[in-house]
Design a protein around this ligand. Structure first.
Ligand code: HEC
Ligand code: HEC
Length: 255
């Protein structure tokens, strides 16, 4: 009887659990640990330039036995987990928290890191999922956008100057092809929140020919919000940058 019970345990659980059963008290290990996490993934947003972020995982032990956390591991030095000395015994019926400090310095976009918590032979995987604000696509107030548009209506080259250039020019520097398109053109044309005066040009990519693209990119259109981007027109793009845009955007030449 006893033998067949052990046999089925070894069938249904990993060998590791079975082996640890030989050494330590068996029942707690052979059943799921019972540790309950309020949220196993913590989501948050960080402002651009914010270098540290502190979050806490909340958890409890609703079971009637104590639970032993034997290891807590993060795979990045940018995640510091503050916990008491291990093993950490979670008494029955108690709630605890696991504080994590994140170092976001130099990080961009999505910051996703996992933290492993070992409870007996189980591994609980926790995660932090942080969106770091992009300074170019930060939220702008309607007033700020209206002011920008007004300035561009007076002079479409305004986007190449002063503060405007931090978003409309600096990100284009040293870029070529698709990533240049994204920084120089997509900022207006592919924005979901763009002004109705900015047309959707996706359908023309690889469809319209070189001369079409060349004319729009180098000259823009007088009296519109679309400036010419060539150096000759007072724009920021070099001839070789423009040639990589043409290669990316224009339909392959007919043979
Ligand atoms: C400041 C925002 C802005 C940026 C940046 C911008 N455009 Fe435009 N673009 C416009 C606007 C506004 C129009 C509409 C002009 C009009 O017809 O009045 C336009 C028109 C166009 C058109 C004509 C589309 C049509 O259907 O008539 C093309 C092609 C185009 N842009 C390509 C580009 C490319 C390529 C880049 C990058 C080198 C770029 N644009 C950068 C605002 C922008
Ligand atoms: C913080 C970055 C940033 C700065 C600074 C900035 N822009 Fe923009 N601009 C954008 C983004 C992003 C868009 C795309 C529209 C959107 O999603 O708000 C845009 C779009 C535009 C458009 C197209 C119309 C529209 O609103 O969709 C014009 C014109 C424009 N900007 C002009 C300017 C001018 C002129 C300045 C300086 C006075 C300026 N921008 C400063 C990020 C910026």
């Amino acid at each position: 009887m006893h033998h067949s019970w052990r046999f089925s345990v070894s069938l249904f659980f990993q060998l590791g659990i079975f082996l640890s059963c030989q050494i330590v008290s068996c029942l707690a290990d052979a059943s799921p640990s019972g540790l309950q996490w309020e949220l196993s993934t913590l989501k948050a947003e960080a402002a651009h330039g914010e270098e540290t972020l502190s979050l806490e995982f909340s958890f409890s032990n609703p079971s009637s036995g104590s639970i032993k956390i034997t290891a807590i591991e993060a795979h990045c030095g940018c995640v510091q987990v503050a916990h008491p000395e291990l093993p950490w015994i979670i008494e029955p019926g108690t709630a605890q928290s696991l504080p994590v400090d994140l170092n976001l310095r130099g990080k961009q976009g999505r910051f996703y890191q996992e933290i492993m918590v070992v409870v007996g032979s189980e591994q609980h995987s926790l995660a932090v999922d942080i969106m770091i604000e992009d300074p170019v696509h930060r939220p702008m107030s309607p007033q700020e956008r209206a002011k920008n548009k007004q300035q561009a209506m007076k002079d479409s080259k305004a986007i190449f100057k002063g503060q405007c250039a931090t978003c409309h020019v600096v990100p284009t520097q040293g870029k070529y092809g698709p990533s240049l398109y994204e920084a120089a053109c997509g900022i207006c044309h592919d924005s979901e929140t763009r002004d109705p005066d900015v047309p959707d040009i996706k359908a023309k990519i690889k469809q319209a020919d070189r001369s079409y693209w060349r004319a729009w990119i180098t000259e823009g259109k007088k009296g519109s919000l679309m400036p010419g981007f060539s150096k000759k027109q007072g724009g920021p793009l070099s001839g070789s940058q423009i040639s990589t845009l043409l290669h990316y955007l224009a339909a392959p030449a007919a043979k």
